[in-house]
Design a protein around this ligand. Sequence first.
Ligand code: FAD
Length: 403
Amino acid sequence: DDGLTQDQQALLDRARAVAEAAAAQAAETDRTEQYPWPMVARMRDAGLMGLTIPREWGGPGLTYFDAALVIEELSKACAVCGRIAVESNMGALGAIMAYGTAAQKRIAADLVLAGDKPAICITEPGAGSAATEMATRADRRGDGWVINGEKHWITGGGISRLHLIFARAFEDGRELGIGGFLVVRSGERDPAGLVIHRRIPSMGLKGMPEAEIRFRDLRVADDMLLAPPGGFARGFGKLMDAYNGQRVGAATVALGLGAGAYERALDFARTRHQFGRPIAEFQGLGWMLADMSIRLEASRALVWRAARSAGPNGFPDRLAAAQAKVMAADAAIEVTNAALQVWGAAGYSRENPMERILRDARMFAIAGGTAQVLRTQVAEQILGRKLPQTRDGFLRQAAADAG
Ligand code: FAD
């Protein structure tokens, strides 16, 4: 807890109390695959939802770093709870708090502080890493928009109320660029045209639904367009800046999973005896534990640096966020896998948490920018040049530079 203020220590203590309850229900949430509503209520009552919401909108106005402290603590106990904390502090919420109108901020703040985990809808069956190739479209009709298309792997699909939907905007047949549109599910029924088509069964983090969502003539009023400064043309880039916050959040969940597995491996190594001695005395295990601690400290250093890097737009630095996520996501897979090994057969048993933690850790190198795509982002920034990924990308860029 080095270098933390008294307020941050107090925040951590509050998070630890909730994490204890989170740990007690994590196995059940994994088994039943039900969204942990009772934990949401506890997190809300402890003031852990919407930590980053400014005071003028009813939140405590804390920083991304403060939120990261909470997210790591919750994720050590229950990564689903950690992810709820990410999405109620970063991602869609960050974008709305940065670029939204007063009315939009009011809606988002009220929903999140009441316990909603907003959904961010970017990925489509045909547009994963190539997100800008999305086909979902929003056509200008009268004084609003009509959205058609489909998204998949939408975290929270079916439980989230607030949705930030990305779509290609068209007016009079002309494409304007990619914009963000806010849609709220009321809880009782979906807005006409927003269909939660199905839940996608997943490997880990099973308490968090991942869904396919379809838009069929979904009407969005003009005042629910999330308009970044610079308009549609540069809009997607600006809106995606908010994603740097989400990336730091995802990196923090990965870090928490690794740290939780490491602590459990240390305990086990001290108490399990073979050959008449604690297994911790075997050098083969000691070096594994040492490597785990090194990877985790390196991850934490990058995550903290990224979380503290918030620039003038309020979002963490793009390079620092990508570096932190690559490091923490890769480390989480290695560390949780090694920790299971320390537990031997007990680690492989579904009666113990190690196999769940390993499954939960697997996604962070995939979602929110894969480990490969983020390495390319890092390369672009350290090289100071664009690295287009389409076959004709460099030719188009050369033409644009010339003309
Ligand atoms: P693809 O893009 O098809 O990639 C397949 C493989 O090719 C990967 O290994 C990838 O790294 C590699 N690859 C692709 N392009 C390149 C390249 N240029 N260079 C090198 N390698 C490349 N999306 C949302 O919009 N909202 C969400 O809430 C959300 N939540 C998610 C939750 C989970 C658990 C998961 C698994 C995904 C989620 N996603 C979400 C989607 C996620 O962002 C995408 O899965 C991700 O962007 C990768 O897209 P893809 O799966 O289609 O893989």
